[in-house]
Design a protein around this ligand. Structure first.
Ligand code: FDA
Length: 502
């Protein structure tokens, strides 16, 4: 495959032989730009200088995906796969360097089939998390699934990179509960768990999107949820002792019963303690007063509801409804702010005086925010090598740093610099050797692939790969060597094939 798609006309004629014409879009089509924009979540990757696709294809079944891969290989054009478009670096729809490519947009491949009796579901990659949760909620009041909070996140990218949310302490990650998957590989074959081989099936579940082929659908295990859960959100300001409380939270939250998660969003001078408890307020009150009395939690803080109601309540706010989980459109307000994000893992509690400095930095002009997700419980019970996601036992919590800006008022240079300086400041307090990071909070500052002889370099990939995957990086590269030794599926942070397994 050449990096410049000089035979892109060949791609188009090959494609139209096997895919209905109306599913293939070229830049001259009036629908091309609205379709491209439709799931872009970070508008800093929608500017005149952004390297955009030559074509967008919207498959409606797996055979269209197979045809696109075969035509891509035959005519020397690479493919980028987009499910929900939430990639932090926009790699599902743009390239960092000048390169010709087509986007396979899976938004029309989004069926969810729940078998409540068997407590399983098949979900297509183009479904968004909200659609998955909604279908589960419709089928049963006592089943749930442990994925991320934002309803518009795509299943395809989310499961490929791990996936965690408010059920992480009870049931671990999304990938811990994937039991089968359907993959189109670089030869255009349609494979399942049995035919793709155990290394590839292992790699798909957390080893990152784009690397191993196109995952068309996933079978997941659904998990028991009580008919009533309790949600709370308690804000504590700096003058009310937020730094003391967050310092204490670091010890308390990872050791709580698995039915209870308390995460913290720290923004400006306020720490928001946000929680989901799998049970009633009556059952929660004694746990809070014995385990975290410093929060001064009381009955009036409790909001009881069903699990499916808690999903929009926590992410979209108290005025939202369960139907809002089905909304796929990108609000213009979302599209108007760019962002930069990155992540860390904390294995030793950060001292009180450092928290005082952190709060001071978060109160600066143009500062970002921190989201702290506590570990312990089931996420920590899974061995490091059981899935590609290695950040398990011993992690107290995950940190996500984010900084936003209005696209109308600037290019985000100031806010991006703030994140980079803050990340440097945090180095002494977080994991090291490697400094661990979460693949789904992708950050190209951690490193990019170097292509040597038309294949991404294994050695160069170690720089970012060990941060995301620790010791699992090598096994991922070996799985890549088995399924795609020519490195057809690649982007700036895809797994390189391990040379010895070629
Ligand atoms: P997108 O379509 O951009 O794909 C991401 C990557 O996966 C790309 O490299 C793409 O090529 C590849 N890919 C996509 N579909 C594929 C397929 N079918 N087969 C193979 N490769 C595929 N995470 C989390 O764990 N918990 C959370 O609560 C949240 N919350 C959250 C909120 C918001 C607003 C954003 C923007 C992001 C999150 N995330 C998150 C991060 C999220 O999990 C991550 O960005 C996912 O990769 C997004 O998946 P999409 O399918 O939406 O992205």
């Amino acid at each position: 495959v050449s990096s410049q798609g000089n035979s892109s006309d060949g791609f188009l004629s090959c494609l139209t032989a096997s895919i209905p014409r109306q599913l293939v879009f070229t830049p001259s089509s009036p629908s091309f730009t609205p379709l491209l924009k439709s799931s872009i979540r970070n508008p800093k990757f929608f500017t005149p200088s952004t390297v955009r696709p030559l074509y967008i294809i919207t498959p409606t079944n797996a055979s269209h995906v197979q045809a696109a891969v075969l035509c891509g290989r035959r005519s020397g054009l690479r493919i980028r796969v987009r499910s929900g478009g939430h990639d932090y670096e926009g790699l599902s729809y743009r390239s960092v360097r000048a390169e010709s490519f087509a986007v396979l947009d899976l938004s029309s491949l989004r069926a969810v089939r729940v078998d409540a009796q068997a407590a399983t579901a098949w979900v297509d990659s183009g479904a968004q998390l909200g659609e998955l949760y909604y279908a589960i909620g419709k089928a049963s009041g006592v089943l749930g699934f442990p994925g991320g909070l934002c309803p518009t996140v795509g299943v395809g990218g989310h499961f490929s990179g791990g996936g965690f949310g408010m059920l992480l302490r009870k049931y671990g990650m999304a990938i811990d509960n994937v039991i089968d998957a359907v993959l189109v590989d670089a030869k255009g074959r349609l494979l399942n768990k049995n035919t793709m081989g155990s290394d590839v099936f292992w790699a798909l579940r957390g080893g990152g999107g784009e690397s191993f082929g196109v995952v068309v659908s996933w079978q997941v295990k659904l998990l028991p949820i009580p008919p009533k859960v309790t949600v709370f959100n308690v804000p504590v300001t700096a003058s009310q002792g937020a730094a003391d409380l967050v310092t204490r939270w670091q010890q308390v939250a990872p050791a709580l019963p698995e039915d209870l998660i308390i995460r913290v969003v720290v923004q400006q001078k306020t720490a928001n303690f946000q929680s989901l408890f799998l049970g009633t307020c009556d059952a929660l009150l004694p746990v809070m007063s014995s385990r975290f009395p410093e929060l001064r939690f009381n009955r009036s803080d409790c909001r009881e509801m069903t699990w499916i109601q808690s999903v929009p309540y926590i992410y979209l706010g108290s005025a939202s409804t369960v139907e809002d989980l089905l909304n796929r459109t990108t609000a213009e307000s979302v599209f108007s702010s760019g962002y930069k994000a990155t992540s860390d893992y904390v294995r030793q509690a950060i001292p009180r005086d450092a928290w005082a400095s952190i709060f001071a930095k978060l109160a600066q002009p143009n500062a970002g925010l921190m989201i702290l997700d506590p570990y312990g419980g089931q996420i920590a019970a899974v061995p490091e090598s059981a899935t590609p996601y290695p950040h398990r036992a011993g992690v107290l919590y995950n940190i996500q740093y984010m900084n936003f800006w209005s696209m109308a008022s600037g290019d985000g240079a100031v806010q991006t610099r703030w994140i980079r300086e803050f990340y440097a400041f945090m180095a002494p307090f977080v994991s090291s050797n490697p400094r661990e990071a979460y693949f789904n909070y992708r950050d190209l500052d951690l490193g990019e692939n170097v292509v040597v002889g038309n294949v991404s370099s294994y050695q160069a990939g170690m720089v970012w790969g060990q941060k995301y995957f620790k010791g699992n990086y090598q096994r991922l590269a070996m799985a890549k060597g088995q399924i795609d030794p020519d490195d057809y599926f690649r982007n700036e942070q895809s797994i390189p094939p391990f040379a010895n397994s070629r």
